[in-house]
Design a protein. Sequence first.
Length: 466
Amino acid sequence: MSTVSTVVGGIAFWYAREGTPAPREPLPGDTNVDVCIVGGGYTGLWTAYYLKKAVPFLNITVLEAKFCGYGASGRNGGWLYNGIAGRDRYAKLHGHDAAVRLQKAMNDTVGEVVRTAAEEKIDADIHRGGVLEVAHTPSQLARLKDFHSVEIAFGESDRVLRGARETAERVHVTGAVGSSWTPHGARLHPAKLVKGLADVVEALGVTIHESTPVTEIKPKHAVTPYGTVRAPYVLRCTEGFTASLKGQKRTWLPMNSSMIVTEPLPARIWDTIGWEGRETLGDLAHAYFYAQRTADDRIALGGRGYPYRFGSATDNDGRTRPETVAALRELMVRLFPTTAGVHVDHAWSGVLGVPRDWCATVTLDRSTGLGWAGGYVGSGVATANLAARTLRDLIQQDSGQAGPTELTTLPWVNHKVRRWEPEPFRWLGVHGMYAAYRAADRRESTSPRPGTDPVARMADRIAGRH
C-alpha cells in the first residue's frame, strides 16, 4: 500500500491533533539555583515534581533544548509497564533478593504514575489493561515459558500464562501459540502525559526554560549558549540525547526506534482482532514489536527499523526511512491480516539510551553534586518515575535532610559501566547485532525446534546483554 499521504516525522503522531506546545522562554542569562535539571522529558520533569513537593522552598530550574517532550517522552509507544533494563545483571552483582526489591519497586511504580496523574488531573488516556506478550514460533514459546517462570521467581505471583486459544480470546494475533500477561502495565498517550506533567511542575513553582540547549555539564555548572546555570546539584536527564553533550559521546548509545499509527479502525475490523482489554502488546522475537490500541481505536505499532546512526547522531524531528515504514506496516498486516486495507496515518522515529551493559542506572556523585538517570533501553515510561523519586531521595540524603531510604539502597543506584567503543566499531557492532537478530527470527520462524537460534545467543553475548 502506498505511504504517499502518510505523515512522516513531525516529531510524532502524539502531537498531530493539538500540535507541539507553545514554547517557553529560553534562559535569559547566567543564574544561580538550588537544583538544575538538564532535560525536559519524563525523568527531568518527574524529578522536578518530586523534589518540589518534598522541599517546596527549593529553587529548581529545568533546561530543555527544544520543548518538553521533544525526545523519547513524546514519541514512545505509550507502554507504562514494570520492565527494567538490567535486572538479571543486578541479580548477579547484588544477589537475587536485591533484584526482587528492584522489581517490586517497578511493579509499584506503575500504580504510582496512574495515581499521580489522576491526583494532578493529567488526562493521558491511561487504561490499566496490563501487558500481553505473545509467542509466534516454537522458539519464542520456549523463551516465553522461561520468561514467565523467571518473572514469577522475581515476585510476579499475579502473572498469567495462556495457551493459543486463551490468547486469541484476548487479542487475535495471527499465529500466536501462547502468551504471558501481567497486570503491571497500562496504555497511555505519551505527549499528554509529558505536557500535563510540565504544566503541573511549572504551577508548583519550578522554572522551565525551553529552546535552551546545554552544551556541557560540569560540577555545579550547566553551560548553554545563553548563559550558565550554577547550582549545587546538576542532574543530567537527557537519555538518548546524552551523546550531544561535551565528553558524553560514548556514554549511552542513542538507539533508534520507529513507529506507525493507523487511521481509526471501524468496528468490523476490531471484531476480527478483539483487544477489548486494550493491553499493551508485544512479542518474544529478538527484533521485537510493541503496540497499543489507542483511545480513539487506532493501532500504534513500533519496532527497531534503522537501529543506529553513525557517530551517535540523532534524528531530525522524527523523520523515518520509507523502508522502515513499509516494514512496520508489513509486520502489522502479518499480525492482523484484516488491517491490509487500512491507511497508515503517521510514522516517526526517536532515540532511546542504551548503556554498554544494557543496565538502567540512577546516580548522584556526592563529591561533585552531579547526578544522572537513564539508560532505560526502551522501558523508560515507568522507569523514569522510579529514577526521579530515587534522585529526590539521594539529594535529600546528601543535603542532610533525610537518611537512606528503600529507594536509595536499590541495586541500580550508583552502578558504573564502561563506555561504548569508538567509531566505526560502534556502528558496525550495532548494525551487525540487529542483522543477526533479524536473521535468527527468520530461521526460527521456519524451524520446528524450540531452541533459541545460536546466532542470537552469540549476538547477545557480544552486545553485553547477558
